[in-house]
Design a protein around this ligand. Structure first.
Ligand SMILES: NC(=O)c1ccc[n+]([C@@H]2O[C@H](COP(=O)([O-])OP(=O)(O)OC[C@H]3O[C@@H](n4cnc5c(N)ncnc54)[C@H](O)[C@@H]3O)[C@@H](O)[C@H]2O)c1
Length: 224
C-alpha cells in the first residue's frame, strides 16, 4: 500500500467498488472500463483513479481494469481477503434476520456467536447457531477468535452490549440500534440505520417536487 492515511470516505467507496466488481465477475466480465465502473458506482472516473492510487498502479490505458486483479488488490490491501469472526448481541427480530442471512459468511464475515440475555431465547437455534447467555461472551470471544460485534439490542441496552463486547476484547462494532455509543479511541464503531436511506429518498423526491412547482410558477408568471 502506498499510503497509510486513507480517508474514511475512500474506504466506503472501495467497499462499493468491490461489491460492483464481484457482481461483474459473477456475470463473467474479465475487464471493466473506468467509465463503466464509475457509472455503476455513481462516481466520476477521476475519483476512482484517485481512490485506487492509494494502492498502486491499476488499469491498462484503453483497456480498463482487470476485474479479478482489482478485487484481489483492494481486498488484500484492506484486510478483507480473509475470514473475520463476528458475534451478534440481541437475538430479536433484526438479530434473527441477520443470523439467517447467508451473505455475511459468503463475504468473509462469519457470525460464529449469538448472544442474548433473555432466558427464553438462550438455547434456541437460529441457522444452526445456538443462542448463548451474554455472560459467556468474554470466554466465547477468546475461544472463537471473535473480532467484530454486531449490536441488535433495544436502544437502551446498546451501551451495555457494547461494554460487554469491548471488555471481551472486540475491536470493531456495527451498531444497528439508534443509540450513540461511548467507546475508547481504539474501538471502531459503524452505525447502520436503514431510515437514513428512507429520509434521503423522501428528501430527494420532495426537493424535485419543490423544483417542479417553482418551475411551473415561473412559467405561469411568464404567461401573465
Ligand atoms: N438499523 C436499522 O435500520 C434498524 C432497523 C430495525 C430495527 N433497528 C434496531 O435494532 C434493534 C433491535 O430491534 P428488534 O426489533 O430486533 O428488537 P427485539 O426486541 O425483537 O430484539 C432485541 C433483543 O435484544 C435482547 N437484549 C436486550 N438487552 C440485551 C443485552 N443487554 N444483551 C443481550 N441481548 C439483549 C432482547 O432479549 C431481544 O431478544 C433496536 O434497537 C431497533 O431500534 C434498527
Amino acid at each position: 500500500m502506498k499510503s497509510e492515511h486513507i480517508p474514511k470516505a475512500t474506504i466506503k467507496r472501495l467497499a462499493m467498488y468491490v461489491q460492483v466488481l464481484e457482481t461483474l465477475k459473477r456475470e463473467g466480465s474479465q475487464v471493466v472500463s473506468s467509465e463503466l465502473l464509475a457509472r455503476t458506482c455513481s462516481v466520476n472516473p477521476s475519483q476512482i483513479r484517485k481512490d485506487l492510487a492509494y494502492f498502486g498502479e491499476f488499469g491498462v490505458r484503453g483497456v480498463g481494469y482487470h476485474v479479478q486483479d482489482l478485487i484481489y488488490s483492494i481486498k488484500h490491501s484492506l484486510g478483507v481477503d480473509r475470514v473475520w469472526k463476528c458475534a451478534l448481541v440481541g437475538v430479536g427480530n433484526l438479530g434473527k434476520a441477520l443470523l439467517r442471512h447467508q451473505d455475511f459468511k459468503f463475504r468473509g464475515f462469519d457470525i460464529v456467536g449469538a448472544f442474548d440475555c433473555d432466558p427464553f431465547k438462550i438455547g434456541e437455534e437460529i441457522s444452526g447457531l445456538e443462542v448463548v447467555c451474554t455472560r459467556r461472551l468474554k470466554d466465547a470471544v477468546k475461544e472463537l477468535g471473535i473480532e467484530i460485534g454486531l449490536i441488535t439490542t433495544p436502544v437502551n441496552r446498546a451501551q451495555r452490549a457494547a461494554n460487554f463486547l469491548i471488555e471481551a476484547g472486540v475491536k470493531g462494532i456495527i451498531n444497528y440500534s439508534p443509540a450513540m455509543l461511548t467507546v475508547p479511541a481504539d474501538i471502531y464503531v459503524e452505525y447502520v440505520d436503514f431510515f437514513h436511506h428512507f429520509y434521503s429518498v423522501a428528501f430527494s423526491i420532495t426537493l424535485d417536487r419543490h423544483q417542479e412547482r417553482l418551475g411551473s410558477n415561473d412559467e405561469a408568471d411568464e404567461d401573465d
